[in-house]
Design a binder for this molecule. Structure first.
Ligand code: NAD
Ligand code: MN
Length: 354
């Protein structure tokens, strides 16, 4: 069997709890199938590292990750460290440093789970939110203390950056993904009525690319109206493509609609495979529940399945997704989904059903 070298970056709060759960499930699957082996290297980066060293990760950390086949990430953030420091110092440093320009976030109803949109077990929902992951509102451009003339007069600027090439590659990625799905459709989300430069460029590129995919249905909407459509007409959507900020917000909304943020998985991909891609749950470090052993590990476990898929192990990824569905379908649910199962019990239930 092929051995893959995986860098684990558990991070803060519940990050280490859910990463440990995902690693156990992956190692069990490797042993069970004999189809692959994983060689783990753990990097103790995050807010503790920041408290000790003044840095969220080692100075050459991004370079160290380049030698791996994939990065398996937990979450960052601790109440005593400003969020922009923990986010930019680790998660965004990796995503942008390795040019993982496509963030995909599947949104699905797992069996046995009800949510705000699903009062019984028969309703279906199956989207993928495709998030531009390298520029846009998270380009890190701007400044503070501009033209300040004393207390109370500060001016701050936060600029979004949209390049034609950046828009084109993510929109094309969304259309290619749509072609692999049972419903080949791409929905474009912008705010081009109010944001007349970057978002209008995005809309124009979308129209141009859509014309090259006559076999894929397409439509578009403004982000505020789209938030309402997510709730009111969820069955109309398949692939949703949006900018860094808009897709960040919409994918949290999507995952909450399926039951809980704790379920949501994601992949930060370099589709050109020049560097390792990174797989992480959508949720953050959840300091309110950290250390109790109650965190929902299914977002991290679902991200592990996305990692297997990216490594060319589609069959094993499907087997893992099947085990998760069997566990939730049998009523093994953590607290955020209305159940009583601990992180440990959910993890064991998935492993049992591999
Ligand atoms: P959060 O996702 O950490 O938590 C939001 C709510 O959802 C909390 O009530 C939490 O208990 C619950 N929740 C989240 N994941 C859960 C899980 N797996 N199981 C059960 N419940 C879960 O978001 P937040 O509270 O806005 O942010 C907390 C910290 O995480 C902040 O420092 C923030 O910057 C950081 N953050 C990091 C990432 C990341 O690393 N990718 C993403 C979002 C937020
Ligand atoms: Mn988010």
């Amino acid at each position: 069997p092929r051995t893959f070298r995986i860098a684990a970056v558990p991070g803060d709060g519940i990050g280490p709890e859910v990463v440990a759960a995902g690693r156990r499930v992956l190692d069990a699957l490797a042993a069970e199938t004999g189809a692959f082996a994983l060689e783990w290297t753990e990097f103790p980066w995050g807010c503790d590292h920041y408290a000790r060293t003044g840095r969220m990760m080692d100075a050459d950390g991004v370079r160290a990750l380049r030698g791996f086949d994939a990065v398996y990430f937990g979450a960052v953030g601790r109440p005593d460290v400003p969020d922009h420091i923990s986010l930019w110092g680790l998660r965004l440093a990796i995503c942008q440093g390795l040019d993982q320009w496509a963030n995909i976030r599947p949104v699905r109803f797992p069996p046995g789970v009800t949510g705000p949109l699903r009062r019984d077990d028969t309703a279906e929902l199956d989207w993928v939110v495709v998030r531009e992951n390298s520029e846009g509102e998270y380009a890190g451009l701007g400044g503070r203390n501009l033209a300040a003339r004393g207390p109370g007069s500060e001016v701050a600027v936060q600029t979004s950056l949209f390049t034609e090439a950046g828009c084109e590659r993510i929109i094309r990625f969304a259309f290619e993904l749509a072609r692999t799905r049972s419903r080949p459709k791409v929905t474009c989300v912008t705010k081009s009525n109010a944001q007349q430069y970057g978002m209008v460029l995005w809309d124009e590129v979308f129209a141009r690319v859509a014309a090259q995919y006559p076999d894929v249905e397409s439509d578009s909407g403004l982000v505020d109206a789209m938030a309402a459509r997510f709730v009111l007409n969820p069955e109309e959507l398949s692939v949703v493509v949006a900018s860094n900020l808009h897709a960040d917000i919409l994918s949290d909304l999507g995952s909450a609609l399926t039951g809980s943020l704790g379920l949501a998985a994601s992949a930060n991909l370099d589709p050109e495979r020049r560097a390792p891609s990174m797989f992480e749950p959508v949720h953050g470090s959840a300091p309110d529940i950290a250390g109790r052993g109650t965190a929902n590990p299914l977002g991290a476990i679902g991200s592990a399945a996305l990692m297997l898929d990216h490594l060319g192990l589609a069959k094993e990824a499907a087997r893992l997704d099947g085990a998760v569905a069997a566990a939730t379908g049998a009523g093994v649910l953590p607290a955020d989904l209305g159940g009583t199962a601990t992180t440990e019990e959910v993890t064991a239930a998935v492993i049992d059903r591999l």
